[in-house]
Ligand binder design. Sequence first.
Ligand code: ACO
Length: 332
Amino acid sequence: MLRTIIVGTGHHVPERVVTNNDLSKLMTTSDEWITQRTGIKERHFTDGTECGTDLAKVACERALQMAGRTPADVDLIIYATLSPDHEFPGSGCFIQPKLGITPGTPALDVRNQCSGFIYGLHVGDALIRQGLYKNVLLVGAEVHSHGLDFSDRGRDVAVLFGDGAAAVLLSPVEDDSRGVLASVIHSDGRSARDLWLEAPGCFGKPRVNLQHVEEGRHFPRMEGRKVFVNAIQKMPEAVQEVLARAGQKVEDLSLFIAHQANLRICDGVAQRLGLPPDKVYNNIQRYGNTTAASIPLALDECVRAGRLKQGDLVCLAAFGAGYTWGAALLRW
Ligand code: ACO
């Protein structure tokens, strides 16, 4: 039976580090407020010239190098982002020539925000298990800093996010005991407006106008408390779902990585699951919320730090705008 394994991981963040104190020069906020509410101490922002596919390129090269593959080996690109380089075509098309991937290789764009990586993994895994692809490059990349409202109006959202990219290379293996054992994805569109970026969009004609801009409707807006409550509820549910599907228990897990939305959310999810801190990895303190990049970025740090050994049971979970959420269970 075919299973999907992760054969390479890589990440890349822009050089510029922006601390909470740096943000407090732009808006009324403080290191104390941000740290207490979110756990975030700093994040990386571009210098204004790099776009998502620039960050993704380096992350993908690192993942390919770890896997011992070249861009010519890639037979499917899955690119997850909520901050694409352009409205269309999708960033998957832009990364293809940037990386030197063979023209003709399909490029699938995933627009599922913080759950983008789990959605991409779910789809990539299904296609690999069908025997359709052998080297699926799955990348999550975000440049939030170009689209946040750094005035007091947008401070609840602006302090949360950071720029970054991370990638994995997925390949098939004929070994029932390894790889992706189960994955689930969900959505509830009734809450789509709890966290969203309204304009530009075809809800209006033209897609964006001066009034939208004056009202800040071209910036992300969020009902923070609602998002918080739902994230803490839905991620553990998805984890229990994948564990049940694979016939495993929370106690069997070696490593748990939740989407790095907010340290209080990550801690709340781990607590609900009854996971001890040594089985949980968080890095939001250093990167902020990098949305589609956050799970593979944390995974790559764990891999490179030697935290994972063959046979370990790893669980990944995400929740984000949409609402969308999901989880994946892998035997390393
Ligand atoms: N600095 C200082 N004060 C702020 C800031 C800021 N950056 N942002 C908001 N405030 C103020 C508010 O205006 C409010 O002031 P008021 O009481 O005078 O009206 C006060 O702080 C408290 O605001 P709340 O929104 O009640 O604060 P809360 O404790 O809910 O924390 C937060 C806000 C951190 C956004 C929280 O709701 C949260 O973490 N929500 C989850 C959202 C999230 O993680 N989103 C990430 C994207 S989605 C995802 O990845 C899952």
